[in-house]
Design a protein around this ligand. Structure first.
Ligand SMILES: Cc1cc2nc3c(=O)[nH]c(=O)nc-3n(C[C@H](O)[C@H](O)[C@H](O)COP(=O)(O)OP(=O)(O)OC[C@H]3O[C@@H](n4cnc5c(N)ncnc54)[C@H](O)[C@@H]3O)c2cc1C
Length: 153
């Protein structure tokens, strides 16, 4: 049994299922939680909050989840620093970027970043940026997170 600031965990065994997530939940007191940002951190937070039985909404300003890993071609435009015409691009990822961390260091501990077959996938240990975005979409699908995400906020 654990006592938290906001909530009380009274059991060590699952007592129900998270709304929409399909995962066992560990506590009985549900709160409505807003997570700002649908990048790696926001998605992981949303998944953990749901797992604890909270009602989560993720507010993401971009048109998709992924944060830095949602490539925006404006990064590679003629004026990449926006000196002449400033633009707001949440991601700094550029077209030819490959990960500097290996797969095994970038995946979530219980949802590993394994190579996957499929069109546009990159099985290399240090893949191109798109592969991580695909992985994050797989993570959302696996835990039913997209129904908690509001895009273009
Ligand atoms: C060029 C580059 C290469 C990198 N390479 C690696 C690498 O190889 N390995 C590695 O581990 N890390 C790398 N990183 C680090 C990368 O930042 C992290 O992997 C990861 O993306 C950080 O996730 P995050 O969720 O903290 O932030 P972000 O990915 O930045 O996500 C933040 C999200 O919050 C949203 N947001 C912000 N403010 C608001 C608001 N007010 N309302 C709504 N939404 C909002 C943004 O749109 C964004 O989607 C790299 C970063 C860059 C820029």
């Amino acid at each position: 049994t654990h006592q938290g600031k906001q909530s009380v965990v009274t059991v060590d065994q699952p007592i129900g299922m998270a709304a929409g997530g399909g995962e066992p939940v560990l506590q009985s007191k549900t709160k409505s939680v807003c997570v700002v940002g649908g990048g790696v951190a926001g998605l992981a937070a949303a998944r953990e909050l749901r797992r604890e039985g909270h009602a989560v909404t993720v507010m993401e300003q971009s048109g998709d989840v992924g944060g830095q890993w949602l490539y925006d071609p404006r990064t590679d435009a003629a004026d990449p620093l926006g000196a002449a015409a400033p633009v707001r691009v949440p991601s700094s990822i550029y077209a030819c970027l490959r990960l500097i961390s290996p797969r095994e260091a970038m995946g979530f501990s219980d949802f590993q970043f394994f190579p996957t077959d499929g069109e546009g996938r990159d099985p290399r240990r240090f893949p191109v940026h798109r592969e991580l975005h695909c992985y994050l979409k797989d993570f959302c699908d696996a835990f039913g997170l997209m129904d908690a995400v509001r895009l273009n906020t």
